[in-house]
Design a protein around this ligand. Structure first.
Ligand code: PLP
Length: 292
């Protein structure tokens, strides 16, 4: 069974053990590039059209050459096929600004599939313990300072990973970032959704959070099933009074928050419905144009 797959944008399957990026790639030097993380299931990349659309949006925000969705689609299909149907995989689409000082119009572009992290199964089944941490910014900042690239999925994830390591030192599995106004933002690698009765609420993208594909998939299915779904700002205090809190992301899918800042949050009745709605949502036949 292969344990990693590498495909370049020309559709060629490469040896993942061989070097691909040069030492002067600006993606390495400055984290200047964009990416997507996608779940591979049954040999297919889930909701790939939404990921291709968001990759384009991120590239535009960084003024990178807009990726041709057709070529990415071909590379993704080749990578997912190579990965096989036996187990899930974590597929990344990577696009960097390319080599420093070299006319590198296309940048470095490739698709990489790795095994899904071990924590994922446990997070899906048992949920995650979470601490809230400040991001130290106002919810207004994204609108006033577009150069900060909030809402674009850039390769610069060092602070997000540092927040997760900080949480681990505190004995927690994950993090919910908050603004200086104590409003809820997002996780370092997930969208936050709260549930009250038959309502689902997530912070709006204008607050500087990444628009989530898994959250979008959940809302599409939940609305069909009679839930009321809203994009609305809410506070840290609203987390505590919610019936359930969810961290949604493309690979883990739905992880219920089982404790928040040390406070146990027991599962409400029917909590598994949310996970089922997510599963159905990501399996929908999404189109590129569905990402608006
Ligand atoms: N917010 C951030 C900062 C993320 O990194 C991610 C995913 O990695 C998400 C939200 C969730 O997005 P998606 O459901 O599209 O994976």
């Amino acid at each position: 069974m292969v344990d990693r797959v590498l495909v370049t944008l020309d559709g060629v399957v490469r040896d993942p053990g061989e070097p691909l990026i040069t030492a002067d790639d600006i993606g390495v030097l400055r984290g200047d590039g964009v990416f997507e993380t996608v779940l591979v299931r049954d040999g297919k990349a889930c909701a790939i059209e939404l990921h291709l659309a968001r990759l384009r949006r991120s590239a535009e925000a960084l003024e990178l050459p807009v990726p041709d969705p057709g070529r990415w689609r071909t590379a993704v299909e080749a990578a997912a096929k190579e990965w096989g149907t036996e187990r899930e995989g974590q597929l990344r689409l990577i696009l960097t600004r390319g080599r420093d000082g070299v006319d590198d119009a296309e940048g470095s572009a490739y698709v990489l599939v790795l095994p899904v992290a071990e924590r994922v199964g446990k997070a899906r089944a048992e949920g995650v313990s979470v601490i809230t941490l400040t991001r130290g910014v106002s919810v207004d900042l994204a609108q006033n300072a577009p150069w900060l690239l909030f809402g674009a999925k850039t390769l610069s994830y060092a602070t997000n990973m540092a927040a997760l390591r900080f949480a681990a030192r505190m004995g927690a599995d994950d993090v919910i970032f908050t603004s200086t106004e104590h409003r809820v933002l997002e996780g370092p690698r997930s969208t936050v959704v709260i549930q009250r009765d038959k309502q689902l609420i997530t912070p709006p993208a204008r607050q500087g959070v990444l628009p989530g594909i898994t959250q979008r998939a959940l809302f599409a299915e939940a609305e069909k099933a009679g839930w009321e779904c809203r994009y609305e700002s809410f506070f840290t205090a609203d987390l505590i009074t919610a019936e359930s809190i969810w961290l949604l992301s493309s690979v883990t899918l739905a992880a219920r928050v089982s404790s928040l800042d040390g406070l146990r949050m027991s599962a409400p009745e029917g909590a598994e419905e949310i996970s089922e709605l997510v599963e159905r949502g990501i399996a929908r036949p999404w189109k590129l144009a569905d990402w608006t």
